[in-house]
Design a protein around this ligand. Structure first.
Ligand SMILES: [Mg+2]
Length: 214
């Protein structure tokens, strides 16, 4: 059978992701001050906060409408490149869900893959550029591998979480290819990318939401 997530489940995941981001204010801001302009946490917190305020409306929507609403909110509330990238990711996810009432292991994979492709294309970036992609890309690859190997849902969740966290940690070794960190002499080497870390928070919370259904 496998797991099934409704829009209400996804909405409650969004609130948990907001809590996770919200409680890491200092950590994320310090990471961003080391290589960027220090506003990443504030932007993300504002976007996820706005979505959480509107959660009663969102959870009553279809998956496709709910994802679209989340995308529009992110696009208008989150400043900087993150807003456009997350906005595009959610609008792309909404398109994959037109006929879908519940997220299962295949449709959730399609959602994450669509998000990854949207972020790579809109950001003109790929894995290894020291961005949010460095957590999402390995997570999608791990998901793909778990599907191919027919892993059970619990194993799938563990693999995706580990790939997301390891991927974010790997950014410490990477040289930035885009953004402010490229202006620094060391191109940010030695520092984690804050966007990859907040992406890993979301992926871990999402997989935990799946695990609650098992
Ligand atoms: Mg910034």
């Amino acid at each position: 059978m496998g797991f099934e997530l409704s829009m209400k489940d996804y909405a409650s995941y969004m609130v948990k992701a907001y809590t996770k981001i919200h409680e890491n204010k200092e950590y994320i801001t310090d990471l961003d001050l080391a290589t960027g302009d220090g506003d990443h946490w504030a932007n993300m917190d504002m976007g996820f906060g706005k979505i959480s305020e509107n959660i009663k409306n969102i959870e009553a929507m279809s998956l496709s409408e709910g994802m679209k609403e989340i995308g529009k909110t992110m696009m208008s509330v989150i400043g900087g490149s993150s807003g456009v990238l997350y906005g595009s990711a959610y609008l792309a996810a909404a398109k994959t869900l037109k006929e879908v009432e519940l997220l299962d292991r295949e449709s959730l994979y399609e959602v994450l893959k669509a998000m990854l492709e949207a972020i790579m294309s809109r950001g003109q970036a790929k894995a290894g550029y020291k961005t949010m992609i460095d957590s999402l890309y390995p997570a999608v690859k791990a998901y793909e591998e778990a599907l191919r190997e027919n892993d059970d849902d619990k194993t799938l969740c563990e693999k995706v979480k580990k790939a997301a966290i390891d991927g974010a940690n790997e950014t410490a070794k990477m040289e930035a290819v885009k953004g402010r960190a490229t202006y620094q002499a060391d191109k940010g080497v030695g520092h984690l990318d804050p966007g990859a870390v907040t992406m890993s928070y979301q992926l871990v919370c999402l997989m935990e939401a799946v695990e609650e259904k098992l």
